[in-house]
Write a protein that binds this ligand. Structure first.
Ligand code: EPZ
Length: 421
């Protein structure tokens, strides 16, 4: 397992390019199961999760190849619509093959994704929607078996109990080939949901209202393959925006769509950071002291849970106390003990972490636990006194393409230490 070593103290300066969005690429690659023929996906980030998904698609008789930032998928009939535990356990987003498989084949068997470090991550809303569309669901031996007795899903009105990103994405795909008009109410409004709708419509689907909380899908008989360039990753971009602010730097984050990061930008400005659109990117400058700012995560367009850990680190340097409340996942404060070992002062009570600003953090050996917590430890290392070594960076490699190269390109003293294993 690799580690990443950082020597703190450098201001970040320069331009950082943003890669394609992981959380857009994953549902879009799964949607390729809806149509046979040659799909071409460009601007795909080189991440472990993408490679894992290509493995799963190939297990499902497709020909998916990742090469030079592109994934080409030769869509072919699936002989056995089963996603096995060995593959699903590596990446819970594999559950996104469920909607496409049931839509095309009227059946699927998918290993239950199970929880992960940040929470139980149930899929009850995904399954409720499929049932309303005429599927029969059986949960047994760690698998979910879905069967459509009539052979083809029927339109339905589905009201989500809570907004779910992959739940919305799974059911958009299911409805694309269903008979009639399906309506998703209380749908997730994330930009990645909108991106999936764009791709489905390019494939011949009729999806309306993506990006709002009511999405309407008029099912069609069949879809055709697609050529699409994946949108930039707003969470990767937000991570570099926070890193620039943390180091009192001056950085142009290239290729990010500011309208997808309004909640984060507003909180950064409230904390005393300049955030300005510049060309096709965003310029981040911080010269004065940081002000303490309270944050509560919420579904889009609220403050993204995937930026909570990164913003918490920034508040470690703010003057005063800030309260960070996590409302989406039940266990997303695992970065706190590691940050406190670096000299941060963070107290957790239930879903709220109270951060008291400190003047300095000390470099230390720290452990990554989940994707975004790992990013927050890297950001802490950029400003800590001395050397920080982040272990188990495979968590980081799931969501950040070449992070040490990109940070070194901004002047950070950072290197990857190849593990023995
Ligand atoms: C997506 O996960 C993202 N992953 C997550 O990003 C992100 O943190 C999350 O949305 C929230 O924005 C991908 O898009 C691949 P949810 P998802 O369903 O879809 C509960 C990262 O860091 N829920 O919107 O799994 C659930 O427990 C990852 O890139 C149910 O109760 O999240 C959670 O509390 C981490 N029943 C809340 O809803 C369900 O059927 C939101 O979850 C589904 C969800």
């Amino acid at each position: 397992m690799d580690n990443i070593r950082i020597v703190g103290g450098r201001r970040l300066e320069g331009v950082v390019p943003i890669s394609g969005a992981k959380n857009a690429a994953l549902p879009i690659l799964c949607a390729s199961l809806l149509a046979e023929g040659e799909h071409r996906f460009r601007n795909v980030p080189e991440l472990q999760d993408i490679k894992t998904l290509c493995e799963l698609l190939n297990h499902l008789d497709q020909e998916a190849v990742f090469e030079n930032g592109e994934v080409r998928v030769l869509g072919r009939p699936v002989s056995d619509p089963t996603a096995p535990y060995e593959l699903v356990k590596k990446m819970r987003a594999s559950v996104l093959v469920l909607g496409p498989l049931v839509a095309r084949y009227g059946r699927a068997v998918v290993s239950l994704p199970g929880g992960c470090a940040i929470g139980a991550r149930p899929i009850d809303q995904h399954l409720k929607g499929l049932e309303l569309m005429g599927a029969e669901i059986e949960l047994a031996h760690g698998y979910v078996r879905v069967e459509v007795p009539r052979g083809r899903l029927q339109a339905a009105e589905i009201v989500f109990d809570i907004p779910t990103v992959t739940g919305t994405e799974n059911l958009m795909c299911a409805a694309a080939l269903a008979e009639g008009r399906t309506t998703l109410v209380n749908a997730a409004r994330e930009p990645e949901v909108e991106e999936l709708a764009r791709v489905l419509n390019k494939m011949g689907a009729n999806v309306f209202g993506a990006g709002t909380d009511v999405i309407v899908i008029d099912g069609v008989e069949s879809l055709h393959p697609v050529d699409h360039a994946i949108m930039p990753d707003r969470i990767e971009a937000g991570t570099y925006m926070v890193a620039a602010a943390m180091t009192a730097g001056n950085v142009l984050v290239e290729g990010v769509q500011l309208e997808h990061l309004e909640a984060l930008s507003a909180k950064l400005r409230a904390a005393g950071v300049d955030v300005e659109r510049e060309g096709s990117g965003v310029r981040i400058v911080r010269e004065g002291p940081l002000r303490a700012v309270d944050v509560t995560t919420a579904p889009h367009p609220g403050f993204p849970t995937d930026m909570q850990a990164q913003f918490m680190v920034l508040m470690c340097f703010a003057e005063g106390q800030s309260r960070i409340t996590e409302t989406i996942f039940e266990n997303r404060f695992m970065h706190v003990p590691e940050l406190n070992r670096m000299g941060a002062q963070i107290d957790v009570h239930g879903r709220t972490a109270t951060v008291t600003g400190v003047r300095a953090l000390q470099g230390a050996n720290v452990m990554a636990t989940d994707l975004r917590a790992s990013a927050s430890l890297i950001i802490a290392g950029l400003v800590a006194d001395g050397e920080t070594e982040v272990r188990r960076v495979y968590h980081l490699d799931r969501g950040y393409e070449h992070i040490e190269r990109k940070l070194a390109g901004l002047g950070a003293r950072i290197e990857r230490i190849r593990g023995k294993l």
